[in-house]
Design a protein around this ligand. Structure first.
Ligand SMILES: Cc1cc2nc3c(=O)[nH]c(=O)nc-3n(C[C@H](O)[C@H](O)[C@H](O)COP(=O)(O)OP(=O)(O)OC[C@H]3O[C@@H](n4cnc5c(N)ncnc54)[C@H](O)[C@@H]3O)c2cc1C
Length: 441
């Protein structure tokens, strides 16, 4: 039996190959309320779409409920002696798998872990004294030195088994205005090929420009394992450009954060650097609501927050800008923003999200120094020079004749087009943030 979780693909899936090598295999997915209930509409809808796509190649049986009971029941129904999975290193997934492993073992069934959603399993890369790396650059060097296997092929002529009764995949209604990218392995491989043949060569320069389609949009495909990073890294290995080198380093950030979360599962909720918990923060109030709804009066912040609600994705540069704004201009704790992101992001991933937030909030491992406070207006001017991104996502500011300066429209223009005045004075809030920080140093 093979139990799919974050590996919704047939190619480059060693756990699936191992299962099929044992003989006819039951492919199972369990809709787990512990993961389903807290997920927002983006991840629920995308997961269902991805499972439907997988079903084109694999006759997946789907059950619903506590995996400890469901996996055991399925294994017993088909008389499986081994249940094959890719190891899960997230705090919940690792605990769940231990519980499933124990329940299976009591019935003489083995849980076999092969591979993980990463090129190098979290916990593997260690420094000279056997400890985790706390800083990205040495981690990424050691990670590259450790290396990884090449991708494996899709199964050839697989023999499947199925359960007598399974549940239907639920239909998920998306809120008005939210449109998600296409899910599934085919979509992932096609998007990756397009990126490889096109934007990758200019990735090094374009990746920081939210108005340009210069990044790969692989994050949701990686999140659900519709493509494995090994496949990506193998293709990058054939390229000799600066773009390929930088892209590999971004994949390494994903692996770094998974490693940090593996060693510090508590950092999913708590400050990685505990001294930051002592800082004075404000409770989320109407300013937080304005941030959520994209009406802070800071164009690039509002563009990002509206892109999130419209697509379930936000450009990385803008994720940093909106996160910095929440923490350092509105003085709200990063966890509130991280929760909002996890609710709406299609690629919402505990390791990358929580540590992306902690990085921006200055309290993470190898984080941006707290005193480096992003100015949301000049960030927009610098990275979205022509204002294309702002005009795309903030329709009030779309018309260049009405709004010649989309980064900082004057108050008459704001009144004319119905765009709000800034909800805070950035200069004053920057000073306030530094004062609060100085108080804990
Ligand atoms: C506050 C904040 C929250 C974030 N939340 C998430 C999240 O929930 N899920 C998520 O996958 N990424 C998250 N990121 C990282 C990054 O923003 C996204 O991975 C990236 O924007 C996805 O778009 P892309 O695939 O086009 O990226 P590309 O630029 O094409 O990058 C390629 C891949 O590298 C990885 N990657 C790139 N940057 C990072 C990074 N900083 N940290 C970790 N991995 C990275 C991703 O897997 C990405 O798909 C967050 C960053 C910040 C600052």
């Amino acid at each position: 039996m093979t139990w799919f979780r974050r590996d919704l693909r047939t190619r480059d899936n060693p756990a699936l190959l191992d299962a099929l090598a044992d003989g006819p295999t039951l492919p199972l997915f369990v809709l787990d309320p512990a993961l389903w209930d807290p997920a927002g509409p983006s991840r629920r809808a995308y997961l269902v779409a991805s499972l439907r796509a997988l079903r084109r190649d694999v006759p997946l049986s789907v059950l619903e409920g506590d995996p400890v009971e469901q996996v055991l029941a399925a294994a017993q129904e088909v008389g499986a002696t081994r249940v094959h999975v890719a190891a899960d290193y997230g705090p919940y997934g690792a605990r769940r798998d231990e519980a499933v492993e124990k329940a299976l073992a009591e019935e003489g069934i083995e849980l076999v872990r092969t591979g993980s959603p990463y090129a190098v399993a979290p916990g593997r890369v260690r420094n000279g004294s056997g400890a985790m790396y706390k800083v990205f650059t040495p981690f990424s060097k050691a990670w590259a030195d450790h290396g990884w296997r090449g991708p494996v092929d899709a199964p050839d002529d697989p023999a499947w088994r199925h359960l007598k009764e399974t549940v239907d995949l639920p239909d998920v209604d998306l809120p008005d205005g939210l449109e998600l990218p296409e899910a599934g392995e085919e979509a992932a491989l096609a998007a990756w090929q397009d990126f490889l043949d096109g934007p990758l060569s200019d990735y090094d320069g374009d990746r920081d420009r939210p108005g340009v389609a210069g990044t790969s949009r692989m994050s949701h495909h990686l999140k659900y394992g519709e493509i494995h990073p090994r496949t990506i890294l193998a293709d990058l290995g054939q390229k000799r450009s600066k773009g390929a080198e930088t892209y590999r380093s971004e994949i390494a950030w994903r692996e770094f954060y998974a490693d940090v979360l593996h060693h510090h599962p508590e950092s999913a909720r708590e400050y990685y650097r505990p001294e930051y918990a002592k800082m004075h923060y404000d409770e989320p109030d109407e300013a937080f609501e304005a941030w959520v709804e994209g009406r802070t009066g800071f164009p690039v912040v509002d563009a990002g927050m509206r892109q999130l609600r419209a697509t379930g994705w936000v450009h990385n540069r803008v994720r940093m800008i909106v996160a910095s704004f929440l923490v350092k201009d509105l003085h709200v704790e990063w966890q509130h923003g991280a929760r909002h992101f996890m609710h709406w992001l299609v690629d919402g991933d505990l390791a990358s999200n929580q540590h992306g937030w902690q990085w921006t909030a200055g309290c993470g491992t190898d984080a941006a120094p707290y005193f480096r406070v992003f100015n949301p207006t000049s960030q927009g001017e610098r990275f979205d020079k022509r204002g294309d991104y702002i005009r795309r996502w903030v329709p009030e500011l779309a018309d260049p004749e009405q709004v010649p300066d989309p980064h900082d429209p004057d108050s008459d223009t704001r009144d004319l087009v119905g765009y709000p005045a800034p909800i805070v004075d950035h200069k004053a809030e920057r000073q306030e943030a530094l004062d609060r920080w100085n108080a804990i140093r």
